[in-house]
Design a protein around this ligand. Sequence first.
Ligand SMILES: Cc1ncc(COP(=O)(O)O)c(C=O)c1O
Length: 423
Amino acid sequence: MSRQNKELMHKHLFDGTAWNVYNPNLLNLSVGAPGPDLLEPCCDIFQQATAHCLEHEKKSNNSLIFQYGPTSGTYEIRKEVAKFFSEMYTNSVNCEDLIMTTGATQGLHFVLSTLIDFSGYIFVDEYTYMIALDSMRHFTSLKIVPLKLNDDGVDLDDLDEKVRGRHFKSKNKEFWAIYYTIPTYHNPTGILFSPAVCHGIVQLARKYDFLVLCDDVYNILHYGEKPSIDRLISCDARTDADFVGNVISNGSFSKLIGPGVRLGWLEVPPRVKPLLDSSGIIQSGGGFNNYTAGIVASLFELQLAQSHIARLHEAYKERMLATIEILKSELPKSCHFVPPSGGFFIWIRLPDQLKALDFMEYCMERERITFIGGSRFAVEEGKGQQFFRITIGFYNKEKLVDGVKRLCLTLTDYIKTVDMNNC
Ligand SMILES: Cc1ncc(COP(=O)(O)O)c(C=O)c1O
């Protein structure tokens, strides 16, 4: 091994490989992020918000934005988040339940490290956000248990059985186990958990007292009617006689403003808030991302965030609906997908005998189009090989539509080629 690290001068996360999403000769349908046309207004709106915020700091706030922040984040940012999402969601968000984070990735890591017994369990959907799985695997003593996923959400019988057989009383942490999921516009499958499944999860969480952490990063990105349950935490109602507090909503501005902003929030029940607030991580560093949170609070105060989010929502909707149209008419009939009603992802199933990674190689060679094979999202070795995931967020509609058409044509050719070779 070299003694010297090489400086790679990368400019973004998807840089430096044959898959560079900014390479104009490639269509990379694996990236779940807003593209350059959507991020372009950020320089202007952040300039205005920064000037607004720093003026206030200079004049009347003792430059406190540069100080260690209060553990949950300032009142100003939590108030803006609570106000905006109370308007977006069916149920209101309370300012005092929020803890600001540097995004959902950190939110999950923070919760795992502080609230879960290290000899316990992480339950996950059989297909789930692949990089969350990578983060979980850092906690080598926690056992990851996959759960069957149906078209309307997790299989409640499977959850019940797997939780029942492992349940124990933790001596040193608040929870013996966590169920990590993405109930609203799931990554990678695009599904929306039904109300019955959402309520069923909460009932089981109360019965066995495990924590449910929902990555709620796509929830307001609905492309038709707003879903009746738009975040699972609302099913864990505080007015219920058997309420204890078993659900955390893990939110993020990555898909709504821009991932580089690195700002998110945890919405937590009262039993959990003091545990997080008093953790060494937050006490040592103070509120996560205090400076950026201040700028984003100004972005909301000036109404710039609201219009930016509305613009992104509209663009994603247009892209998703156009992609669904093409897939409905041009995806080979032997393939299958459930059209998502929101979010970023479409999960496509190939005919049984085919493997997505083989098709991906073929597609890359022929059309320079790439995506992610289903096995990357599975805990179990060998699972998900006939699935692949495409995303709608990055490219503008024209480029996306052209690419998805070419993808469908290439898939039709590929299926014919495989059929002929098998004759
Ligand atoms: C389900 C899910 N959680 C978390 C993230 C990352 O969120 P953040 O940028 O807020 O860390 C993503 C991004 O693709 C995601 O799909």
